[in-house]
Design a protein around this ligand. Structure first.
Ligand SMILES: Nc1ncnc2c1ncn2[C@@H]1O[C@H](COP(=O)(O)OP(=O)(O)O)[C@@H](O)[C@H]1O
Ligand SMILES: [Mg+2]
Length: 344
């Protein structure tokens, strides 16, 4: 197949996306595909006669690991030669239209929230992962909460607040403060006092106007991927220090991931069943990863669903796949295969 792997983009998870994108592109090449890796924000700047030419060109792809801190997007914006406000760089749509499919290695706002999915739909371009609606619903933690609650799925009690309207004490302490449409724990804080609350709001509002304040659930952190309606093995996530924040997510060795999670068969089955229900309720297509917290009373809270979950060396879906005997390359091909079903 001729495949574009689209990565980078203009979101706080840009670096995570580039790391995943390079690995996906390398793996798909090893599987025998013609692959071009393109940064969706910077585009493809080398001249070509026909867009299909770029798939068979030499392109060196080197893996870069994720840094400890999220990227400076203002600096990224300044470094682009192409002018204008488009979040898509030059020639991206034209080259993607010439591919058999575009693999979305993107994460976060610009890439995972449905806008790009809708744009590609309008242009009749095939891509991996959910369509625009599921992407938009799952990206928005406030809408996710409402839809899950309506379907009888437990989520931490919480409210959505806006600048100047963030009442103190409604949720109680400890609580979690996080941007409504964030990812990779960027801007997320666990708060146990008034002064921490104010600082956490200041931080979260740096990223977004809508912020979730929700009850802190003390418990075990579990996550599971759903691919084409079937759950993979469940992972338990145990950060060595603190919570599962940006650093603990992407710096190797800071978090222990147990796969399969050491939980009972009944609990495993319950989580798998629930994860499929969550992805149905949120209208997710093809695949996703659903995050849970399990407290010591046995209550299972759904935190969120990720429509384009991470594919870095420390990421969870590749580990779940490995646990069921599926290599990274096979996983990438499987994600393409199930994504193409959207177009049948
Ligand atoms: N209500 C909560 N109680 C306890 N921990 C939480 C809660 N919400 C988030 N967290 C912690 O923050 C991390 C990121 O939160 P999550 O809602 O999954 O957002 P995202 O992964 O999109 O940044 C979780 O993996 C968990 O460690
Ligand atoms: Mg999460």
């Amino acid at each position: 197949m001729n495949i574009v792997v689209l990565c980078g983009g203009l979101s706080m998870e840009r670096d995570v996306s580039i790391t995943g994108g390079t690995l996906i592109a390398q793996a798909l090449r090893e599987c025998g595909h013609n692959v071009v890796l393109i940064d969706s924000f910077f585009g493809y700047m080398e001249p070509y006669d026909s867009p299909s030419d770029v798939f068979t060109r030499e392109q060196k792809i080197e893996t870069v690991l994720v840094g400890e801190k999220e990227p400076d997007l203002e600096a990224v914006k300044r470094s682009r030669i192409q002018e204008g406000n488009s979040i898509l760089g030059s020639n991206v749509l034209e080259i993607c239209a010439a591919a058999d499919i575009t693999f979305f290695a993107l994460h976060g706002e610009e890439g995972e929230n449905g806008k790009l999915q809708a744009t590609f739909d309008v242009h009749g371009i095939k891509y991996t992962g959910s369509g625009y609606l599921g992407s938009a619903l799952a990206m928005n933690k406030s809408l996710t909460k409402e839809l899950l609650a309506r379907a009888g799925i437990l989520t931490p009690a919480g409210i959505t607040v806006y600048p100047g309207q963030a009442p103190y004490g409604d949720v109680g302490f400890p609580c979690v403060v996080k941007p409504c449409s964030g990812g990779s724990s960027v801007g997320t804080s666990i708060v146990s006092s008034r002064s921490e609350y104010d600082a956490a709001l200041d931080l979260a509002f740096k990223y977004e106007r809508a912020v979730i304040v929700e009850q802190y659930i003390k418990g075990r952190e579990l996550t599971v991927a759903v691919i084409d309606g079937e759950a993979l093995p469940v992972i338990e996530i145990i950060p060595k220090e603190g919570f599962y924040d940006y650093k603990n997510k992407y710096q190797a060795g800071l978090t222990t991931e147990l796969c399969p999670a050491p939980i009972s068969e009944e609990m495993t089955a319950r989580i798998k069943r629930l994860s499929v229900k969550v992805s149905d309720v949120l209208m997710i297509d093809a695949y996703s990863r659903v995050d849970f917290l399990l407290d010591d009373k046995g209550d299972l809270y759904c935190l969120e669903a990720n429509t384009l979950p991470g594919m870095t060396p420390t990421s969870l879906v590749p580990q779940m796949a490995r646990c069921s005997g599926i290599s990274y390359g096979e996983l990438c091909e499987k994600l393409i295969e199930v994504s193409l079903k959207k177009y049948e």
